[in-house]
Design a protein around this ligand. Structure first.
Ligand SMILES: *[C@@H]1O[C@H](CO)[C@@H](O)[C@H](O)[C@H]1NC(C)=O
Length: 216
């Protein structure tokens, strides 16, 4: 009996060890991974901070949050990830705006400005859907069919305009300071999306795939 117990104890010990090894392996699987194409793209688009207003680290952390970046076959997929990342950010911003409109501020001027934001936001989300569709289905043009390469960054430029308009309207109101962080984050994401799309359309085919990337 004692023999059996010892054996089964040893056995469960092994099972526990194996289980925890499996869990560790899984945990490292879900750790954000970076791919050479992603790092190369981020290095390229963040090279002029004063123009683009986001850093290399911002680019990497935004792209890293999505598994598609690791398997990206060209820069287009990275741009798609950046465009997707704008949606939850815009939603978070809207939640904050709604909260301010519904009583968190007594500033009439601010409430009116935020009302404009709400209208612009609706347009912005629809625009993002369209941009996403254009980017997703984009193929190099054969003849005159389909969107031109410049339709890609042009689409994102519309959202940039909406973001800037909103920031301008609330600028001198009491809520301005409380929304600065959200505006900045959203602007950086729009800038990142736009830069990645420019990189995609200006890189020679296969647009990122043919990179001669050093392994370190
Ligand atoms: C970024 O990529 C473009 C297109 O491939 C290239 O012409 C340019 O030299 C690169 N710039 C930097 C700073 O790497």
């Amino acid at each position: 009996m004692e023999m059996v117990q010892t054996t089964s104890l040893a056995f469960s010990g092994i099972v526990i060890i194996l289980l925890s090894m499996a869990i560790t392996a899984q945990a490292s699987d879900t750790k954000p991974m970076s791919s050479a194409i992603m790092l190369e793209a981020c290095k390229n688009v963040s090279s002029n901070f004063f123009k683009v207003r986001f850093t290399y680290d911002f680019c990497v952390s935004t792209l890293q949050s999505d598994k598609r970046s690791t398997d990206a076959k060209d820069y287009r997929i990275l741009a798609l990830v950046a465009v997707d990342a704008m949606k939850p950010q815009a939603t978070a911003m809207t939640d904050k705006v709604e909260n301010l409109i519904h009583g968190a501020t007594k500033d009439k001027l601010a409430i009116r400005a935020l009302g404009f934001y709400r209208v612009d936001y609706g347009g912005m989300m629809s625009t993002l859907e369209i941009c996403q569709d254009i980017i997703q289905s984009f193929e190099i043009r054969k003849g005159n069919e389909g969107p031109t390469p410049f339709d890609l960054p042009d689409c994102i430029a519309k959202t940039t305009k909406a973001i800037n308009d909103c920031a301008d309207k609330t600028e001198f109101t009491s809520v301005s300071e409380g929304l600065t962080k959200e505006y900045e984050e959203l602007s950086m994401m729009a800038s990142l999306s736009s830069c990645l799309l420019h990189l995609y359309i200006t890189s020679p085919p296969p647009r990122g795939l043919g990179l001669d990337i050093p392994s370190n």
